[in-house]
Write a protein that binds this ligand. Structure first.
Ligand code: ZN
Length: 182
């Protein structure tokens, strides 16, 4: 089994108090767990992918422009990773098994070369961490399911705005996508 840990959107804008589209306290509460999960996966030899929203200012054609306030705008501090995970990335970003992937949509697979990169490395299992459990994490899980990957979600390393939304997404991933919730 070859695994890739996909680290989704754990940025200032989604996590910090001053973030433009922040999930706030529940997201901040996983900062150590997401760091630990990432470090352990790296130490095990897994491929680590930071899949991070990239938006342009005043992009009238992007569907999210009509749904959410502007966030993760190109060149802003809002796209920087939050907490200890930022230290992990700073330390390991040049490593061959660490990759930064700009994404345009919720799913890390939508419009990116993630599937190609995983297949090149014979990855068969994606391990999902990050925010929000019921948006970008769930949409990535659905695409992974459709592409034939096995899915693990580290429950302590994902978060959403509310416990209800978080639990719905974990239950859906487990019962409908066959995800292994750790
Ligand atoms: Zn977005």
């Amino acid at each position: 089994m070859t695994k890739a840990l996909i680290s989704i959107d754990y940025t200032i804008d989604f996590v910090a108090d001053e973030g433009k589209l922040t999930a706030g306290a529940p997201a901040q509460a996983i900062s150590q767990a997401i760091y630990d999960a990432t470090q352990q996966a790296f130490d095990r030899g897994d491929y680590i992918v930071f899949a991070v929203d990239l938006h342009e200012a005043d992009d009238a054609f992007h569907p999210e422009s009509h749904l959410f306030p502007p966030h993760n705008i190109k060149g802003t501090r809002g796209r920087h990773l939050y907490g200890p995970l930022a230290d992990f990335y700073a330390q390991h970003q040049e490593h061959a098994r660490v990759c930064w992937l700009d994404k345009r949509h919720y799913s890390a697979f939508s419009g990116t070369d993630l599937d190609i990169r995983l297949r090149e490395r014979r990855v068969d299992t994606v391990v999902l961490t990050g925010v929000l459990t019921d948006i970008c994490v769930l949409h990535t899980a659905i695409d992974a399911y459709n592409l034939g990957y096995k899915i693990e979600i580290i429950a302590s390393a994902v978060a959403s705005l509310t416990e209800e939304r978080h639990q719905f997404a974990l239950r859906h991933a487990e019962q409908v996508l066959g995800a292994d919730i750790r």
